[in-house]
Design a protein around this ligand. Structure first.
Ligand code: HEC
Length: 138
């Protein structure tokens, strides 16, 4: 015969498990409703920046090391406005995005050929990232 205390413990444990399962399901549902497109575009930009930084650290700064990442950054820069639907019509936001594209176009038209040059390009791209983040990233 189970005692009352055992019964209450059993019911408490069932309640706990149901509560945990419910919380996980709710969190997943909330996450699924989020739009991952904008942060994904940003994560890819971040990855290319990281690759360029790693190239400098490893002294791999030939044009063939650098160009694919500059091209990746430039292609993704086209997606910034479509990705951030609510900011697309904000003139300042568009200005920041087109400043970034202009920096990347300049870098692609005369690509850096050594690590010092890659560092300079990386810094000016970083400035463009930063100035938009200062205005629009909470
Ligand atoms: C035109 C504006 C703009 C430009 C340019 C821009 N970003 Fe962003 N970025 C944002 C905004 C807005 C957010 C906040 C997104 C959010 O949390 O929903 C953000 C967030 C991020 C995040 C965090 C993403 C996450 O998973 O929460 C990273 C990383 C990032 N940006 C990297 C970059 C890099 C690297 C560059 C430059 C190559 C760049 N961004 C250029 C607007 C911009």
């Amino acid at each position: 015969m189970a005692s009352n205390a055992q019964r209450y413990l059993f019911l408490f444990l069932i309640g706990l498990v149901v509560g945990i399962v419910g919380t996980v399901m709710a969190m997943r549902a909330i996450d699924a409703r989020q739009d991952h497109f904008p942060t994904s575009v940003m994560q890819v930009q971040q990855w290319h920046m990281g690759q360029l930084k790693a190239n400098i650290d490893q002294s791999r700064c030939a044009a063939t090391d650098t160009l694919p990442h500059l091209q990746g950054l430039r292609t993704m820069a086209n997606d910034i406005q479509p990705a951030f639907g609510s900011l697309r019509d904000d003139a300042r936001f568009s200005k920041h995005a087109s400043d970034l594209r202009a920096t990347l176009d300049a870098a692609l038209s005369s690509p850096p050929l050594n690590c010092a040059g890659v560092g300079t390009v990386l810094a000016s791209i970083g400035e463009d990232c930063k100035s938009c983040h200062q205005d629009f990233r909470n």
